[in-house]
Design a protein around this ligand. Structure first.
Ligand SMILES: Cc1cc2nc3c(=O)[nH]c(=O)nc-3n(C[C@H](O)[C@H](O)[C@H](O)COP(=O)(O)OP(=O)(O)OC[C@H]3O[C@@H](n4cnc5c(N)ncnc54)[C@H](O)[C@@H]3O)c2cc1C
Length: 419
């Protein structure tokens, strides 16, 4: 195979080939015949999580076949559908998802499998919307797992280790409108002292900053709008100033044309929850990312510790983003068992410098309970990660039952999950 890479080009896939079957039956035959195989989505992860020492399989060519169940309030569709078409389909029928990530280009199963998240104190990760899934087992059989069944909490955020997921069923809501507002210069003292008040001030919240900035560079609030209200969203109480544009000088300002509408203009959830528009790229590809999910009570200590090493971070940083998410019950979810604050870093493509600083940050944040994002740069091996995931032994047992010969195992899983 010509050397295929992930989206950011920082990982060359080792797999001999990537299959793109046109039907679930074709996928079942391929999987049954392969000694070793792993699923890949839209390749937006920044590590080898989707790679395989054998072959890879991408179900993105299979028709999504959207089925909306208005009584159950669910939608069922092909797992490798991207959020862009899913969100547009739901909105056109008057329905919504509870949340999205920053970009609509990723596949739904790619997001679900890694515990990908958006923001909002009351919003679980995107994986928490899953009500059921269907996967292809190593022998090609189809297996269904539904919420409430014994395996379910281990089978959703599964990193591709249990099988190749063909169809997903997600909870849906009635469609709703949101507005996005940007503010500048939120004083650090306020951000730290009133973090809970600020993060709960809107449906979804983000603080975007560099660490040596004298104040938090930007605050983004996504607020639900009902019958045109609220007409204004004020962050004056937090000492920040309202601005019309979402980006700051020296950061991602060149990407302003790529983002969804700000300036307090109401619009459907599908065009406000993602930061990026579906019809353009989600920022420059010359970037890599890392992120840590902290128990909420440790957020202040983590933010302060990062500011102390800001001089080492900022020379290689494009921007950081702080978001929140509600606790869940999914065993390998970054929010398992605890309300969570996520601290994210978008880095310039400087491999040696970024390897050094991300290791330093990981050494600071792991002892505070920080769980690394499964789809981004991770240094810690399974031994260091194990104390952060109380259900990891159960997940390993589940994987041994679903995949006894390790057909879906890869180098990433061996290093970071199974040990
Ligand atoms: C620009 C950018 C912005 C991002 N923003 C966010 C953000 O806002 N929030 C956040 O949390 N993360 C974010 N991420 C990270 C991203 O959401 C995750 O890396 C996600 O897993 C990528 O999904 P993907 O479709 O590209 O899957 P891939 O990276 O291709 O694969 C990820 C995982 O999904 C599994 N998988 C794929 N298909 C299947 C299948 N059919 N069956 C079983 N397993 C499968 C793979 O095996 C692998 O384990 C961002 C990444 C980028 C590049």
């Amino acid at each position: 195979m010509a050397q295929e890479r992930n989206w950011s080009q920082n990982h060359v896939f080792a797999a001999a080939r990537i299959h793109r079957p046109a039907s679930i039956d074709e996928a079942r035959h391929l999987i049954a015949a392969a000694p070793k195989i792993h699923a890949v989505g839209s390749r937006h992860s920044f590590n080898g999580i989707a790679d395989s020492g054998g072959e890879m399989i991408d179900l993105g060519a299979i028709d999504p076949d959207f089925v909306i169940d208005r009584d159950a309030m669910t939608v069922t569709f092909g797992a490798n559908t991207q959020y862009g078409p899913l969100c547009a389909t739901l909105q056109s029928h008057g329905y919504a998802l509870h949340n999205t990530a920053s970009l609509p280009h990723i596949t739904v199963i790619g997001a679900v499998a890694t515990g990908t998240h958006g923001s909002g104190d009351a919003n679980g990760t995107l994986s928490t919307a899953v009500a059921g899934l269907e996967l292809i087992a190593p022998n090609g059989d189809l297996v269904a797992v539904r919420r409430g069944e014994a395996d379910f909490d281990g089978a959703v955020v599964a990193l591709g280790a249990l099988g190749i997921v063909t169809r997903l069923t997600l909870d849906i809501l009635p469609s709703f409108d949101l507005r996005q507002d940007a503010f500048v210069d939120l004083p650090w003292e306020t951000a730290l002292a009133e973090f809970d008040a600020i993060s709960s001030a809107a449906y979804s919240f983000s603080m975007l900053t560099k660490w040596t900035s004298p104040s938090v560079d930007r605050l983004w609030l996504k607020t639900v709008v009902v019958d045109g209200e609220p007409r204004e969203v004020s962050a004056a109480g937090f000492g920040a100033t309202s601005v019309a544009t979402p980006f700051v000088a020296g950061g991602l300002e060149d990407s302003a044309a790529l983002v969804t509408t700000f300036g307090g203009i109401p619009g459907p959830w599908s065009e406000r929850l993602p930061h990026f528009r579906p019809d353009g790229p989600p920022g420059p590809t010359a970037q890599v990312q890392s992120e840590y999910m902290l128990p909420r009570p440790q957020a202040g200590a983590a933010l302060s510790a990062l500011r102390e090493i800001g001089d080492s971070i900022d020379p290689h940083l494009i921007a950081s983003e702080v978001r929140t998410m509600a606790a869940d019950r999914l065993w390998l979810s970054p929010a398992y068992g605890r309300d969570t604050v996520a601290i994210h870093f978008t880095w310039e493509m400087k491999p040696a410098e970024v390897a050094a600083i991300t290791q330093q940050i990981e050494d600071l944040l792991l002892p505070l309970g920080g769980r690394p994002h499964w789809g981004k740069i991770i240094h810690a091996d399974a031994g260091r990660l194990a104390p952060l995931y109380p259900r990891l032994p159960d997940f390993r047992a589940l994987a041994a039952r679903y995949d006894p010969d390790g057909k879906f195992r890869n180098a990433f899983l061996d290093r970071h999950v199974f040990g």
